[in-house]
Design a binder for this molecule. Structure first.
Ligand code: ADP
Ligand code: MG
Length: 598
């Protein structure tokens, strides 16, 4: 018997297998989600390539892009077969024997000795090797358009073999994963269990998933009568009479139902994409489940919007604001966003940076365009006008979602959202000139009167005659609250906004007058003028006169450290303070610049 070539797994693969086995033994069932998702990815790939070369799909049955699951109870084997892109011999070695992505390698390093690995691993696609949670050996049979059919086998976690399939190119194109199920995992050979798992984890796969099921069916009358001989019929009648049931026999005898076991392929999922349905036909639970399948989390989105645009750009979309920001939200080198791009139902890419601006990278969802050409290339996408139009509409949609959230009766929901994504909104207000004004409306800040307030609410509480929005920048709410710089404003009854998020320093210079009326005034700068009445003015002038000698002394002795020394209009109770002039860097800016230099 041909044994094939023997290979050993890359050490990272062993490590990953160990992490998976040790941290996910209680969630063994996820192996099916991973294998079905790989099958779906492989189908996406061949469908994408076929856009420019339809011949790649093959003919007849082979061109039906689908997934088949079959249980072989007698041999304890579960088969998952797809008509996807398949793997060449070389790809089998590379994809199933090594870990190529540096991100995954990094991840393995981080968690291999960590007790928290099961938490971390939950947020990470665990992939192919999760099959070892339920299988003690696996046979992968794969046929790519670019090679003959090969068989990859592994029955240990240290090595595998590869051989050309002696049976020939039986698959046409695609991959079959055959799992020999461990004794302690026999439940995965039960068709009901498989059905439930597909429903639970794979209901939004956009290719049909079939399971080979057995079913007890009633044998139709016509079929029943034909094979039964007359003789036998008579015998049965006699038996009844012999048992002495003559009396009841006069009533219509209830016929004994004949059943037989039939086998058939049953479709388990509804492969019509959710976004193609009318919003009224989709339940809240379905939207949540769809979000979970996209985000690979068990989170519940803060809000979502399912819409279809018409006119110059036509696309359908479901957009979600996730429960939690992604961990790489501000890593601008990270690939793409949480958005998947489809063109007329065909998956194109999930790492297109141009789909949303940087500040909206946290959005999760799908966009399915009717206008983009099917044979899009990456280069084309990067400078496509249609894409620009899509981006514009997505931003607009996002802002309306934010508006709705902010208008909800229960303010805590918007506050929660803002605590998680407020920095992104501010980044939007800084970077996106076209939407600056709209976004500014939804910004919140802590203040001397409120836990969080918008500019509009601040204006609503303004004192008679107040014509400016007072704020102070700084390191934390506590530190600015205690700052002598706000004393005068507070004493005069003015509310002060506390701009203590590091990004606020970049936001402030971008702010125009709010509502075209109200100037923003930074109390951390000199030259702040409150409207003094005559009495106050006289008082200050008199003080200035009294303190002339001290001021000239300070100017002289500290001339290399200070630009000027004045009698303050800002302080109420504190004796003195250092401030920045109205155009230089503030102390807080200096603090941030220092932090960034490290
Ligand atoms: P990921 O799906 O995140 O890339 P996996 O561990 O799930 O990681 O799979 C590793 C690789 O093996 C995939 O990237 C793919 O190249 C290959 N692969 C796995 N299953 C299949 C399949 N059914 N058809 C084609 N290629 C596959
Ligand atoms: Mg995978």
């Amino acid at each position: 018997e041909e044994k094939g070539e023997k290979f050993t797994f890359q050490t990272e693969v062993n490590k990953l297998m160990n992490i998976i086995i040790n941290s996910l033994y209680s969630k063994k069932e996820i192996f099916l989600r991973e294998l079905v998702s790989n099958a779906s990815d492989a189908l996406d790939k061949i469908r994408f390539l076929a856009l420019t070369n339809a011949d790649l799909l093959g003919e007849g049955e082979q061109s039906n892009l689908d997934i088949h699951i079959k249980i072989d109870k007698a041999n304890n084997v579960l088969h998952i077969t797809d008509k996807g892109i398949g793997m060449t011999k070389e790809e089998l070695v590379k994809n199933l024997g090594t870990i190529a992505q540096s991100g995954t390698k990094e991840f393995i390093k981080k968690v291999s000795d960590s007790a928290e690995s099961s938490n971390l691993i939950g947020q990470f696609g665990v992939g192919f090797y999760s099959l070892f949670l339920v299988a003690d050996s696996v046979v992968v049979t794969s046929k790519s358009n670019d090679d003959d059919q090969y068989v990859w086998t592994s029955d240990s976690q240290s090595s595998y073999t590869i051989a050309k399939d002696p049976k020939g190119n039986t698959l046409g194109r695609g991959t079959r994963i055959s799992l020999h199920i461990k004794d302690d995992s026999k439940e995965f050979l039960d068709q009901q269990v498989i059905k439930q798992l597909v429903k639970k984890y794979s209901q939004f796969i956009n290719f049909p998933i079939y399971l080979y099921v057995s079913e007890e069916v009633e044998v139709p009358k016509e079929e029943q009568e034909q094979p039964i001989s007359d003789e036998k019929d008579t015998e049965e009648e006699t038996t009844t009479t012999e048992e002495g049931e003559e009396e009841t026999a006069q009533e219509p005898v209830e016929e004994e139902k004949k059943t037989k076991t039939v086998y058939k392929w049953e479709e388990l999922n509804d492969s019509k994409p959710l976004w193609m349905k009318a919003a009224k036909d989709v339940s809240k639970e379905e939207y949540t489940e769809f979000f979970r399948s996209l985000s690979k989390t068990q989170d519940t989105p803060i809000t979502y919007s399912h819409f279809k645009t018409e006119g110059d750009t036509e696309f359908r979309s479901i957009l979600y604001i996730p429960e939690n920001p992604p961990s790489n939200m501000f890593d601008l080198d990270a690939a793409g966003s949480g958005l998947k791009l489809f063109v007329r139902r065909v998956f194109i890419t999930d790492n297109l940076k141009e789909l949303v601006p940087n500040w909206l990278r946290f959005l999760v969802g799908v966009i399915d365009s009717d206008d983009l050409p099917l044979n899009v290339s990456r280069e084309m996408l990067q400078q496509n006008k249609i894409l620009e139009a899509i981006k514009k509409k997505v931003i607009g949609k996002f802002i309306s979602m934010v508006k709705e959230l902010s208008e909800e009766e229960d303010k805590t929901k918007y506050h929660d959202f803002f605590k998680k994504f407020g920095s992104s909104l501010k980044l939007g207000a800084i970077e996106d000139q076209a939407n600056k004004k709209r976004l500014t409306k939804y910004l919140l800040f802590p203040s001397s009167k409120e836990e969080l307030t918008s500019f509009a609410d601040y204006v609503g509480r303004m004192k008679e005659g107040q014509d400016q929005i007072y704020f102070i920048t700084g390191k934390s709410k506590d530190s600015v609250e205690a700052s002598p710089l706000i004393e005068q404003a507070i004493k005069r009854g003015y509310e002060v906004l506390f701009m203590v998020d590091p990004i606020d320093e970049y936001l402030v210079p971008q702010l125009d007058k709010f509502d075209d009326k109200f100037k923003f005034t930074n109390l951390a700068r000199s030259g702040v003028k409150f409207n003094e009445d005559k009495e106050e003015e006289d008082q200050r002038k008199q003080t200035a006169e009294e303190f002339k000698p001290l001021i000239s002394y300070l100017k002289k002795t500290l001339s290399d450290k200070l630009e000027k020394v004045v009698v303050s209009k800002v302080l109420a109770d504190s004796p003195s303070i250092l401030v920045s002039n109205s155009w230089g860097v503030t102390a807080n800016q200096e603090r941030i610049m220092k932090a960034q230099a490290h």
